[in-house]
Design a protein around this ligand. Structure first.
Ligand SMILES: Cc1cc2nc3c(=O)[nH]c(=O)nc-3n(C[C@H](O)[C@H](O)[C@H](O)COP(=O)(O)OP(=O)(O)OC[C@H]3O[C@@H](n4cnc5c(N)ncnc54)[C@H](O)[C@@H]3O)c2cc1C
Length: 259
């Protein structure tokens, strides 16, 4: 079985602060990490490899320094890695990003493609489903359990108030959530060897995708402006008898459509 995992390098958003004057993100000194849901996706691929045998390839699109997440993936147990990097990919929105990744995936063998549900920086949860659409394969999102049964997978998909059990034929794309598993640590003995392993590097000419659907050119959406959320002012203190205080609280909550 061939499994490809899409992994994104993201800034650790717990550490990102906003410049109050410019309204831009302060990224200096912010560590880059493997996107958390992608770690669950990779863990599931490695678990399937441990149990059934599989070749696990990890792919990322990003600047040259995104190679670091691929080395981390190798230290966790990935067999092959591909970095797709090119100025032509810059400024991509989710459509252009999924077009580029789908182009690279067409060059790889896959029975299952894993992605994370969502990246903690862009936060759209659109790239996984976008890739499946471009490739014309089935997709299951919010995956919290996977069982292999021949050419089919039995997949448990989380819903807001429960779950559904689905049967899906391979090849297919699954997006992972954090309840899927507990990601393993990097193998301590392998960390040094990891730096000797090959990371394939592909540019826009190496993937079979029309350049007009890549990067800024291929992006139907553009970020026009971004700004930090306004912080709430001081709370209002009122002194009223209990019943009137409750009525006032109720009317304020109704006014804001909370209830
Ligand atoms: C309107 C708009 C404009 C943008 N403009 C720019 C821009 O000018 N420059 C810029 O750098 N970014 C830009 N971005 C951000 C960029 O499009 C997103 O970071 C990227 O498309 C991934 O989307 P996301 O972070 O929401 O990921 P999600 O859709 O939340 O990610 C889901 C999963 O898809 C996979 N995935 C996502 N991205 C990658 C990747 N790069 N490599 C491998 N796997 C991946 C991962 O498995 C991830 O868990 C823009 C985003 C939007 C919405």
């Amino acid at each position: 079985m061939n499994i490809v995992v899409c992994v994104k390098q993201v800034p650790d958003t717990n550490e990102v602060k906003i410049d109050p004057k410019k309204g831009t993100l302060i990224r200096e000194g912010v560590p880059s990490i493997m996107n958390p849901d992608d770690k669950n996706a990779l863990e599931e691929a490695l678990r399937l490899k441990d149990e059934n045998g599989a070749r696990v390839t990890v792919i990322t699109m990003g600047p040259p320094q995104a190679e670091a997440v691929l080395r981390e993936a190798i230290a966790m147990g990935a067999d092959d890695t591909v970095l797709i990097t090119d100025r032509a990919f810059a400024g991509a929105d989710t459509l252009a990003t999924s077009n580029a990744l789908a182009g690279a995936l067409r060059k790889l063998d896959y029975d299952i493609i894993f992605a994370g549900r969502q990246a903690i920086d862009g936060d759209t949860a659109q790239v996984g489903p976008g890739i499946a659409e471009h490739l014309g394969i089935a997709q299951v999102t919010y995956v919290e359990e996977v069982k292999v049964e021949g050419d089919f997978l039995k997949v448990r998909r989380a819903l807001e108030d429960g779950y559904e059990m689905l049967e899906v034929k391979t090849p297919c794309l699954l997006t992972a959530i954090d309840t899927l598993n507990e990601p393993r640590y990097m193998n301590m003995g392998e960390i040094f060897n990891t730096f000797e392993k090959e990371v394939k590097v592909w540019n826009a000419d190496d993937i079979d995708v029309d350049k007009s659907v890549l990067g800024l050119k291929g992006s139907p959406t553009k970020v026009k402006r971004s700004w930090p959320k306004e912080t709430k002012g001081k709370g209002e203190i009122v002194e009223l008898p209990t019943k009137e205080a409750a009525a006032l609280a109720l009317s304020k909550l109704k006014e804001k459509h909370y209830i």
